[in-house]
Design a binder for this molecule. Structure first.
Ligand code: 4MI
Length: 398
């Protein structure tokens, strides 16, 4: 027999500037409060332990995505844009759209891009190393994905400056309608119009990832409108996530030079090192689910139709799961982190994210003895993402 216990309650606001600037002490308090915690400010549940986050992500029948994966409940208020047919969908719709993206984004399919991604990484990194000083965010973490990803999708050069503002809209919109949300939405109309204009068959280059989605229309798997919506998903998910991830990687290696030294000595550590970056400084910090039924979590009863905030980044540092969770250690087995999620919604672009990080870290590893911080990095606060606005670096060449 399970016994019901009083629900743990917290007054924490996980979307306040104070929380977002340094979430880790708050994560620890949320983990300690219990397996699931009621956040009274928002009237939602939160899970911050690895086991519970993982269990929720792998039980899509209880924890659904079709009511939105942000704070807003699509069944109670209109979404700010038509819902994504992959991220904000459940089976059977999700199963059909996911099958198409799984094929286009498979490791084998993404490997075809490797030579191009490596060449672009070598060329950018060579230039930055010659320059000695650069901003790790604008000059690398933004510049690289903004070149290779739209090229791979087959997006026109014209208008690419809309991609980062759109990403900011998407990821801030998963939080409450706070200042961050309002600032991101300030120029929403033109940005959204440009994005949608890039999602049609006619706007996409031949041979890119985008046109491959439309090939699934020709084979009867998708409608023309659905294909356009999946191109929108590429443009929503494919830039900011990797911008924040690459920026966090540089920040970790500038902060822990002995870890960079290990990686230089053994380049075979590069792949695992990026997983450790994702565990330690998760670019995507949170996602929501919505309960489809009453459910018991560690003796606490959750009702039907309730929002549950999953702290991926807190699961990544849960001492119940990890040895020395607050240590950045490129030699640890970091797989099992929750930054890519898991289950049916697990990141479909993860092969591409890994390709980008390996190309960049390998190019640096050949040329850079250490990264020196030239000043205080400034955070770029976002309701969902964790990363930097500026990262002034100087390189010590090999
Ligand atoms: C996990 S990041 C992300 C994934 C998918 C979409 C947006 C963001 C989308 O729009 O489908």
């Amino acid at each position: 027999m399970d016994t019901t216990i009083d629900r743990p309650v917290s007054a924490i606001d996980p979307f306040s500037r104070e929380f977002l600037r340094d979430p880790y002490p708050h994560h620890a308090r949320l983990r300690e409060a219990g397996p699931v915690v009621w956040l009274e400010q928002y009237g939602i549940w939160a899970m911050a332990r690895h086991q519970e986050v993982r269990d929720a992500l792998t039980d899509w029948q209880t924890y659904c995505s079709s009511a939105g994966v942000g704070l807003s409940d699509f069944r109670k208020e209109p979404p700010w844009r038509p819902p994504s047919i992959i991220l904000e969908a459940d089976p059977p719709l999700h199963t059909r759209t996911r099958a198409v993206l799984t094929r286009i984004m498979s490791p084998a399919a993404i490997n075809i891009l490797r030579a191009t991604f490596e060449r672009e990484a070598e060329s950018l990194v060579t230039r930055l190393v010659d320059q000695r000083e650069f901003d790790g965010i604008a000059d690398l973490a933004e510049a690289y994905p903004l070149k290779v990803f739209p090229d791979a999708v087959g997006i026109s050069e014209e208008g690419r400056e809309n991609l980062l503002p759109y990403g900011s809209m998407v990821f801030n919109s998963f939080g409450p309608r706070n200042e961050l949300f309002n600032a991101a939405m300030a120029n929403a109309g033109p940005v959204r119009d440009w994005i949608m204009s890039r999602c049609s068959r006619a706007a996409l280059a031949p041979n890119g990832l985008g046109i491959q989605i439309f090939e699934a229309v020709d084979s009867g798997e998708l409608s023309e409108a659905e294909a356009g919506m999946l191109v929108r998903s590429f443009l929503s998910a494919g830039i900011d996530t990797t911008v924040y991830g690459l920026g966090n990687a540089l920040y970790c290696f500038a902060s822990y030079p002995e870890q960079w030294m290990l990686l230089r000595e053994s380049p075979n550590l590069i792949r695992g090192a990026f997983e450790e970056v994702l565990r330690f400084e998760a670019p995507v910090q949170t996602f929501f689910r919505t309960t489809t039924r009453q459910v018991d979590v560690g003796g606490v009863r959750l009702g039907q139709g309730e929002k549950v905030l999953l702290f991926l980044a807190a699961a990544n540092r849960d001492p119940r799961r990890w040895d020395k969770p607050d240590a950045f250690d490129v030699k640890r087995r970091a797989t099992g982190h929750m930054t890519f999620g898991t289950g049916i919604h697990g990141c479909v672009g993860q092969a591409l994210a890994r390709l980008e990080s390996e190309a960049i870290l390998s190019a640096f590893a050949k040329r850079v003895a250490s990264f020196e911080l030239m000043g205080q990095p400034e955070p770029r606060l976002n309701n969902t993402l964790r990363g930097l606005d500026t990262l002034p670096l100087r390189i010590v060449p090999v």
